[in-house]
Design a protein around this ligand. Structure first.
Ligand code: ZN
Ligand code: ZN
Length: 340
């Protein structure tokens, strides 16, 4: 006899990663407007108040600046209204964690997933694996720690347990009273990646998810392809993550100077330079810029940019962008022009 549809560890892990990034995008959508309101790039409006004529622009848009207390009330309401989405995020996180742990067990042997199930309940000859009852979530960490070469950290095991036991406990991870804090959800996602997918590149996997997304089968991505999407995701991640989190997730040191990768710029048609989406760093030899997204290495010359306000001393020295500054993107005047 043979059992049909015996799971493949790599495929299961891929499912966990897909759920992970769906949760990531939900959390991002909640945190970014909070950060923007904090930095002043979006204006908070108290919709419960009726604006006076003076507080309205000629087109009816509200221009009044609200008080600190009013702003606090608005943000509280924002967090309250985000709760259903945050509960969804935690459901996705929980599922992603369970599936990732199952993938680890499956990599040792898929049949370990059947541990503890009643043999009487096993499917008939030529049965389908999906009809078998597999390990309960409550036992996953114990099994991983028994059969896998790398055990799950105590810290992760505690958090996994809190999340597994349900939503009522989730709120205790956050700082908002009686509500899930989106920043706590982000912290969970960062730690989860490092714990469960340590051999996978966050940037490459996120790009892969975008490439495989169903929308790419029907949308012409010549303008808004995966690199364009990823530069946006990097920009948002850079806004949300602490230096330490970014270093651990992207493998880029806190102090590293970040440069534009012109392959990615060109590919994405993203021309808004000077933003937070830079993801290329100088290699230790000082003569190569490595892009952590497209993985291209480009030779650079260490000449100071002609624009004194730029201050960069890294100029691309090969390819289509030869002679352009790796920060401001300005083509440098030729030596003969400069000396003239
Ligand atoms: Zn690149
Ligand atoms: Zn420059």
């Amino acid at each position: 006899m043979a059992i049909e549809n015996v799971p493949d560890a790599r495929e299961i892990e891929q499912t966990a990663i897909r759920l992970y990034f769906t949760a990531w995008e939900h959390v991002t959508d909640i945190i970014i407007p909070l950060l923007e309101s904090h930095s002043g790039s979006i204006q908070l409006i108290d919709r419960t108040l009726t604006p006076t004529k003076d507080e309205m622009d000629f087109d009816g848009s509200i221009i009044s600046v609200i008080t600190e207390a009013e702003a606090e009330a608005v943000l509280k309401q924002y967090i309250a209204r985000a709760q259903p989405d945050l509960h969804l995020c935690y459901a996705l996180i929980q599922q992603s964690q369970e599936i990732a742990l199952k993938a680890r067990i499956c990599a040792v042997s898929p049949f370990l997933l059947l541990l503890g199930s009643e043999v009487k309940s096993w499917a008939k000859p030529n049965g389908d694996f999906t009809d078998f009852r597999t390990l309960d979530a409550v036992d996953l960490i114990r099994v991983v720690n028994a059969v896998c070469s790398k055990p799950v950290s105590e810290q992760f095991a505690t958090k996994f347990d809190i999340i597994r036991r349900g939503r009522n406990k989730i709120q205790h991870l956050g700082s908002f009273k009686d509500a899930i804090d989106p920043i706590a959800a982000l912290d969970v996602l960062v730690e989860q990646w490092l714990e469960l997918f340590p051999d996978r590149s966050w940037l490459q996997e996120f790009k892969g998810i975008i490439i495989d997304h169903h929308i790419s089968t029907i949308v012409d991505d010549s303008d808004f392809g995966e690199v364009w999407s990823m530069l946006g995701n990097i920009e948002r991640a850079n806004l949300m993550l602490t230096d330490r989190q970014r270093r651990r997730l992207f493998g880029i040191s806190d102090k590293a100077r970040l440069f534009d990768c012109f392959y990615c710029r060109h590919e994405s048609k993203w021309d808004d330079r000077g933003n937070d989406s830079r993801i290329a760093t100088l290699e230790p030899n000082g003569n190569i810029v490595h892009c952590h997204l497209c993985l291209e290495n480009t030779k650079v010359s260490r000449i100071r940019c002609f624009d004194p306000e730029c201050g960069c001393d890294v100029i691309y020295a090969e390819g289509d962008y030869e002679g352009e500054c790796a920060v401001c993107g300005e083509p440098q005047p030729l030596a003969s022009e400069a000396s003239a």
